[in-house]
Structures are given as C-alpha cells and as structure tokens.
Design a protein around this ligand. Structure first.
Ligand SMILES: [Zn+2]
Length: 175
C-alpha cells in the first residue's frame, strides 16, 4: 500500500498567507507543489505535520490543508500544539522536538526575520523557533528547505552566520 508523504511545516508567526518567499512563492504555492510531487511519487497523499500555532506559517499550512481536503485532495493536517501552560517558554522548543521525532519525509521552513524586541542577535536573522525546528529536522536527517522572505534572504547573503541559537533556547519563546 502506498504510503503518505509526511511534510513537516514550520515557520515564523509573521509568515502570513500572502507572505512570499524570496523567490516569490506563498506557503500555498509550495504546499501545492509538494502535494503534486507526492502524487507523482505514487504516495497516497500528503500529511501536513505542524505545530498548530494560532498565527503564521502553521496557520496558513493548516488552512491550506483544510481547503484542499474539502476540494477532494488526499491531504490531512496533523496538529501538535505547544503546551505553553505546562512548559511555558520552552513549550515551543519541546513541541519542535516532538514534531521532528515523529518523523517526516521533508521539512519546509518558512522563515521571516526575528522581530523579538529584546533580541540582541545582530544582524537581521530568522525567527528563533522556526530556525530551531529547521535545524532539528536537518540534524535528524530530514531533507529541509528554508524558505526565507526576501528581506531576510538578502540579509543572510551578506551577513556573517547567525550565532548559535540553541544557546538561547530559554529566552527565545516565540515561534
Ligand atoms: Zn532574534
């Protein structure tokens, strides 16, 4: 029996439905292409595994899955909400570890610039939660693509590599 493609989606809270990647694609565009690839590969469908954040890329991916499912596509959304009350600031990171541990064929990370007011990391860099999740996925051997917004893509092209974000886990609560 054909298996389903598991696509782990992570991303910044500021990555909305109309936000585009540096090469002009929305989250929906990328997910459409992934669903088509899954079908071409003979997979039974697409499972969008994500962190059920109330805004940003998770939300967009969830909405995309619902919309496509309603249209008859073999697509489902698998939601793993962070337990903020239980784990507080670490909840997002613990949830990311869970997402990655569940396994995926691919990871798509939609990353916008960090807008944490107190963040001292310079220069411009990706939001910590999304970078954290993408890094974990990569480390676990999941083929991962980072879809940066144009402003971030340009900044990263000229900037030195970002400092080690894993060292900042405790104070980086935002997704
Ligand atoms: Zn930051």
């Amino acid at each position: 029996m054909a298996t389903e493609t598991r696509l782990l989606v992570t991303g910044s809270r500021t990555f909305g439905p109309r936000t585009t990647t540096w090469d002009g694609r929305t989250v929906g565009d990328v997910l459409d292409a992934t669903a088509v690839d899954a079908a071409r590969a003979g997979h039974a469908g697409l499972i969008v595994v994500q962190g059920a954040c109330s805004e940003g890329a998770d939300k967009v991916a969830d909405g995309w899955a619902e919309e496509r499912r309603a249209a008859g596509w073999p697509v489902v959304s698998e939601r793993h909400k962070a337990q903020w009350r239980k784990y507080q600031k670490r909840a997002g990171f613990i949830r990311n570890e869970l997402l990655v541990s569940l396994g995926a064929h691919r990871c798509a990370a939609f990353i916008d610039a960090c807008i944490k007011p107190k963040c001292r990391n310079k220069p411009l860099h990706g939001s910590h939660g999304a970078e954290h999740c993408a890094g974990l996925a990569e480390h676990a051997g999941i083929p991962t693509t980072r879809f940066y917004t144009a402003v971030l893509h340009e900044a990263l092209a000229v900037a030195a590599p970002v400092t080690d974000l894993s060292a900042r886990r405790d104070d980086a609560a935002n997704h």
